[in-house]
Design a protein around this ligand. Structure first.
Ligand code: GLA
Length: 655
């Protein structure tokens, strides 16, 4: 989000009204304001302090009713849990964005802040990285995460998609779906349905025993995500509902949409919830039209926002959050803070937006949330804890200790390996007459390449105007010499004259697939379509999928790394040792002088760095460090810097 747009957004009269006057309106000073004709509690105060201490997953043994709705005839409807009046105070934490070793810490902080419910998306693309190959282990162990939440005393709402948005690559849909030109995402198209059914056959049986009625903490399940904004197929939501029911989901189902799309996204008979940042007069207008007899649930209260490369860091002020949450509490509105703790888009997880061009989401998913990216407390945490504490009959649990951070000695990578020398260590190279985009490469058991970089090589015997459609950005080389750049917006460049026949190399970086809008259907990466010079198509390519998997780095150990030069232009790997002492803790890495690339520590991909900001450091969780020596490998696309610095705090660029 750009600085100016943020400024104008923050200063627009609607915002000022929303932030400063609506709370006044709510508090009764302007008595006749209604939310889309929902008359909120007249007194403007919760009737009592809530005592839900017996209503926690481990304590509540009698499980006959679950999350229900009481329509009290005339008065506002409210949720009940096992018959007791209940408000959902939810917070989002995504297990896949937080190192597993820190799940407990983050969940304890959610509970200690006063929340009673955890919400999480479930990302299909990470759980089924190759068609038919499922992964629910390690950091993707959804069941362990949910059971840990239960043990800590939190209820859970699951959001299994299959599309989730969430600023993740392709909104959580696996990129191999894009191979099939007849498959239409987010519809009842038979090929899409077949893929969803197979995934659900693996996922849903894992969710079923976690449900409330089976003694677990899951009180509700969300169907898809903001389908009202996409809404291409009227039968799709009904199909998904049925897909959940027939596999044994029995808890309350809900849909979740922005204020003006609630009706479009809803399923007849199921609870519709709303996503918003500000309480406005019309916030609940559509909800009211649809279900005046049901309680309000704000499924995503945007307590912060995400960042994109090259755009100003987003900030949502604590005062605004305090005002809005006070209103939620005062008027007994159930809500879910998106995000309580955002975590990190480790590896190649990040998605992208389209703002006249492709713009990648940054590695950090700090989100200006209640906890920071590294799990530290913010002012929002203390304000919310105070608000929840003021309506809780029992004292809130004490807040866990801070997670230590430290500064390690700088690392000067002493060895380097130009990309060209590393190619022989790849799993495989593909020979093809024409260039092939990532998703359609015949690798990974037919599932193609999802993430990373891809290099195309072919021989050319003349210069001229090169035409290629590269997604998202590409460096063009003749042999080892860089001669220009291409992107989704720049498809032509001149190749100067040269003698004889030479090697044309095009290195394309996938910067994350768009996660929102109809564009998801078109998100193929690498070179898409033919490549030509002066209108004549080039042929006979060797294609190197640079997926940067652990196995590749293991093989790179046997490469002949060279002592690092003071400066090098071009894509290369750089290796150094981070000395972490006897008990490593969290730190942040900053990369002065480096341009753009990825950092791998002991084989963990920390994500993309890019000098354009706003993110200027990468979070390195202490749990991924070994005592003493740790291997750091950088893949830098353009220009080397001299050192990698460690910091105690993240660094942001101020635009
Ligand atoms: C929407 C989506 C979320 C997320 C937020 C923005 O509400 O439902 O997945 O993308 O926007 O962070």
């Amino acid at each position: 989000m750009g600085s100016l747009s943020c400024l104008s957004r923050c200063l627009s009269w609607k915002r000022i009204m929303a932030v400063f006057f609506l709370p006044l309106a709510l508090s009764g000073l302007i008595p006749h304001i209604q939310y889309g004709e929902y008359m909120l509690s007249k007194t403007g105060r919760p009737q009592s302090r809530y005592n839900w201490s017996h209503l926690t997953p481990l304590k509540l043994k009698n499980r006959s009713v679950g999350l229900g709705i009481a329509n009290t005839g005339g008065k506002a409807a409210h949720f009940t849990l096992e018959g007791h009046k209940f408000l959902i105070f939810g917070g989002s934490i995504h297990y896949f964005r937080v190192p597993r070793e820190y799940w407990r810490d983050r969940l304890l902080k959610l509970k200690a802040c006063g929340f009673n419910t955890l919400t999480t998306y479930i990302p299909w693309n990470l759980h089924e990285p190759e068609r038919g190959k499922f992964d629910f282990s390690g950091n993707l162990d959804l069941e362990a995460f949910v059971l840990m939440a239960a043990e800590i005393g939190l209820w859970v709402i699951l959001r299994p998609g299959p599309y989730i948005c969430s600023e993740i690559d392709l909104g959580g849909l696996p990129s191999w779906l894009l191979q099939n030109p007849n498959l239409q995402l987010r519809t009842t198209n038979k090929d899409f349905v077949r893929a969803v059914d197979t995934y659900f056959n693996h996922l849903i049986p894992r969710m079923v025993p976690l449900q409330y009625h089976q003694g677990g903490p899951v009180i509700a399940v969300q169907v898809e995500n903001e389908y009202g904004s996409f809404n291409k197929d009227k039968s799709y939501m009904a199909y998904l509902k049925e897909a959940l029911l027939e596999r044994g989901i029995v808890e309350l189902l809900l849909t979740s949409d922005s204020e003006d799309k609630v009706v479009n996204g809803s399923i007849q008979g199921e609870l519709a919830a709303v996503n918003l940042r500000f309480l406005r007069k019309n916030s609940f207008l559509q909800l009211r039209q649809l279900q005046s007899n049901k309680p309000i649930l704000i499924m995503e209260y945007w307590i912060g926002w995400f960042d994109r490369w090259g755009y100003r860091h987003s900030v949502t002020h604590v005062k605004e959050v305090e005002h809005t949450v006070s209103a939620f509490i005062k008027y007994e509105l159930s809500f879910n803070a998106y995000m309580f703790h955002g975590g990190t888009n480790f590896g190649f997880m990040n998605g992208a937006s389209y703002i006249q061009k492709h713009v990648g989401v940054v590695t950090s998913y700090d989100y200006d949330a209640v906890l920071t990216e590294a799990g530290d407390y913010t002012e929002k945490y203390f304000k919310l804890r105070h608000l929840f504490g003021s309506v809780s009959a029992k004292p809130l649990p004490s807040s866990p200790h801070l997670t230590p951070k430290t500064v390690y000695p700088a690392v000067r990578p002493s060895l380097y390996l130009p990309l060209w020398d590393a190619l022989q260590y790849l799993d495989e190279a593909v020979k093809s007459v024409i260039p092939i985009n990532m998703e359609n490469l015949p690798i990974n058991n037919g599932s193609g390449q999802s993430f990373g970089f891809i290099l195309y090589e072919t021989s050319i015997c003349s210069g001229g105007i090169l035409y290629a459609e590269a997604h998202d950005v590409a460096q063009v080389f003749v042999n080892n010499i860089i001669i220009g750049f291409l992107s989704d917006k720049v498809q032509k460049m001149r190749i100067p004259k040269f003698k004889g026949c030479q090697l044309l190399r095009i290195l394309v970086e996938n910067q994350g697939r768009i996660s929102y809008s109809w564009r998801i259907q078109e998100e193929k990466k690498g070179l898409v379509g033919s490549v030509s010079i002066n209108g004549i198509s080039l042929k006979n390519f060797t294609i190197y999928p640079l997926e940067m998997k652990k196995s590749f780095f293991e093989r790179l150990r046997f490469a002949t790394w060279k002592p690092g030069p003071e400066s090098y232009l071009g894509p290369a790997f750089y290796k150094g040792i981070l000395k972490a002492g006897s008990s490593p803790v969290d730190t942040f890495l900053s990369l002065p002088g480096w341009n753009c690339g990825f950092v791998f520590v002991n084989g963990h991909n920390l994500g993309r760095y890019w000098k354009i900001g706003p993110q200027e450091s990468l979070y390195l969780p202490g749990v991924w460090l070994h005592p003493e020596d740790n291997e750091i490998i950088l893949f830098e696309k353009i220009r080397r810097g001299l050192s990698i610095r460690s910091r105690g705090k993240p660094k942001l660029k101020l635009f």
